[in-house]
Ligand binder design. Structure first.
Ligand SMILES: [Zn+2]
Length: 368
């Protein structure tokens, strides 16, 4: 049993750290190729350029729109090579970050990640999820190494729409339960080893942090305020969840997320929102005690994470449609199979229906 743990080389988090970008990335080279969505770039561009300018570091900002596909990464790789990039910097949310990772992998360059939203646990990992043009999963690209620097400006995160911050909690909500499942099944983590005690404890801490500080952090972010609770939850969403999922393993929550994601109507749902529902379905499938499931559903309702299929956008909840989701969730290679008992589409289907029913009941009890 070989244990493996991987992590980014440096993690930096704080209010206003974006103004110190050069200080934290200058050791990686002198030419930086930034990739980000238009909104993300508009937030950081001036401040980053000012910081890099002070040290005579050269930067290029490339606007990125669309999905993370092999084609989009190849196109950007050509541009980055032409520029002579020594480091790729991914700015924004999931897609831009995953694309920047793929580009840096292609160039074998240094990699910096600057998340402007804390909506998922992608920033710290060596994984880039690529989709085909039709919104279907293409492949999991495993990078040679984790990002060299992850730079998180808490003030920028707090000023972004709350929905992203909450979705990040949805992604982080799955981390402990998936990690725990992997220890029971001896499933391998992403680098292909067993989880270290460190990774497991970080996953556990991730869950406890959400339970303790999630609601107050959400309320503060509603007001664009950075409080100690917000800092704790940013760390949970970005660092703890990232280290936890990568070095302790993923399981059904993420596999079921892929299944639901394949259904019509979920195009606008965020990764973490789907994972939150996937987490409830995993707990149902693994027959967790009612108290634990109620705690998770209660948390979701308190912070505004979806607990029903309708809330993630699925309009057709016919058995036939849900069967399709269950089949996708059970596709070979998906982490649904990291469970400690054999999983098939029938089990997943039951779990999805059961989770949805619990979610509906919880909303009814709340008077929705
Ligand atoms: Zn995730």
């Amino acid at each position: 049993m070989v244990k493996i743990m991987i992590a980014p080389n440096r993690y930096i988090q704080g209010s206003g750290v974006i103004d110190e970008t050069a200080k934290h990335i200058a050791h990686l080279g002198s030419k930086f190729f930034f990739i980000g969505g238009p909104t993300a770039l508009s937030i950081i561009k001036e401040r980053v350029a000012a910081s890099l300018g002070e040290r005579s570091l050269v930067c290029h900002f490339e606007k990125f729109l669309g999905e993370c596909t092999r084609a989009s990464a190849a196109g950007l790789s050509d541009k980055a090579k032409e520029f002579g990039a020594e480091a790729i910097v991914g700015v924004g949310g999931g897609r831009a970050i995953d694309t920047a990772k793929a580009v840096s992998h292609e160039l074998n360059s240094a990699l910096v990640i600057i998340p402007t939203i804390a909506s998922n646990d992608a920033p710290c990992s060596a994984l880039s999820v690529q989709y085909s043009g039709k919104h279907m999963l293409d492949r999991f690209l495993i990078l040679r190494r984790n990002p060299d620097v992850v730079l998180v400006d808490s003030k920028i995160i707090a000023e972004a729409p709350t929905r992203y911050f909450v979705a990040g909690m949805g992604d982080a909500l799955a981390t402990w339960f998936e990690a725990f499942t992997c220890t029971k099944s001896s499933a391998k983590n992403l680098p292909g080893g067993m989880a270290t005690s460190a990774a497991l404890n970080l996953a556990r801490l991730c869950y406890e942090t959400l339970m303790e500080y999630g609601v107050s952090a959400k309320l503060a972010v509603d007001q664009n305020a950075v409080t100690p609770a917000v800092e704790m939850v940013i760390e949970a969403n970005v660092l703890l969840s990232g280290l936890g999922f990568e070095s302790a393993g993923l399981a059904a929550a993420h596999g079921i997320h892929e299944g639901i994601h394949a259904l019509e109507g979920t195009e606008r749902a965020l990764h973490g929102e789907l994972v939150a529902f996937g987490t409830i379905a995993q707990l149902v499938m693994e027959n967790y005690p009612k108290g634990e499931i109620d705690r998770v559903i209660g948390f979701c309702n308190a912070v505004g994470l979806p607990v029903t299929l309708k809330q993630v956008g699925v309009s057709d909840i016919s058995l036939e449609n849900l069967k399709r989701a269950a089949e996708v969730a059970c596709m070979e290679g998906l982490t649904t199979h990291n469970c400690y008992f054999p999983v098939n589409a029938e089990l997943v289907l039951g779990a999805v229906i059961g989770a949805n029913a619990l979610g509906e009941a919880s909303l009814k009890a709340l008077g929705h």
